[in-house]
Design a protein around this ligand. Structure first.
Ligand SMILES: [Zn+2]
Length: 188
């Protein structure tokens, strides 16, 4: 069950962020006539999630994410922040080997993390988002932007795709699924 205090906090944060976006609208109108609302939303969301790093995302992924969250924010008052987007291969390798060490097995590690050559984060196509309410919004409406949840065990992980991908139980299932169902086509 949702924590009511958290929900109140989320509403207050959303209201404050919306107020900031409205304050920034006149400046956005000068800087980017025609897309002022979008730009003001990005500025306000950047202030709300100052630690997030959108760099390194593939251009289509970045466009999809920024447009989706502007709509979530403006239309439904839902904030969506990026916890982790693009990772370089060295960082992904570090996370993967740490998970192998923690779980004691490559197979078990692959249920949570993929090695660099298979990771959509390394290719700039994956987005780990927060909070859970924001992820629920993206699960419901993300397809309009080509953003899809792909794993049962990761409510936060979304990927940019040109067509709806199959929902897989976990990241490690991808290799088997694609090898068995689409030989020669291996997108992870
Ligand atoms: Zn992820």
């Amino acid at each position: 069950m949702a924590n009511p205090r958290l929900t109140i906090k989320a509403h207050l944060l959303a209201a404050a962020t919306r107020f900031i976006a409205l304050l920034l609208m006149p400046i956005a109108c000068c800087r980017a006539p025609g897309r002022a609302r979008f730009v003001a939303c990005q500025w306000a969301l950047g202030l709300r999630f100052p630690a997030e790093d959108l760099s390194g995302l593939a251009p289509a992924t970045l466009a999809a994410f920024t447009h989706a969250r502007a709509e979530a924010f403006w239309r439904d008052g839902q904030l969506i922040g990026l916890t982790s987007g693009h990772r370089d291969a060295a960082e992904q390798y570090r996370i993967f080997t740490e998970e192998v060490r923690r779980t004691g097995s490559v197979l078990r590690a692959r249920r949570r993390v993929l090695p660099p050559d298979e990771s959509s984060h390394v290719r700039g196509l994956a987005l780990d988002v927060r909070p859970a309410e924001g992820a629920r919004w993206l699960e419901q409406f993300g397809a309009r932007y080509g953003l899809y949840r792909v794993y049962d065990n990761e409510w936060w992980h979304f990927e940019y795709r040109t067509a709806q991908p199959p929902r897989l139980p976990h990241p490690g299932a991808a290799q088997g699924y694609w090898y068995w169902n689409s030989p020669g086509e291996y997108p992870q």
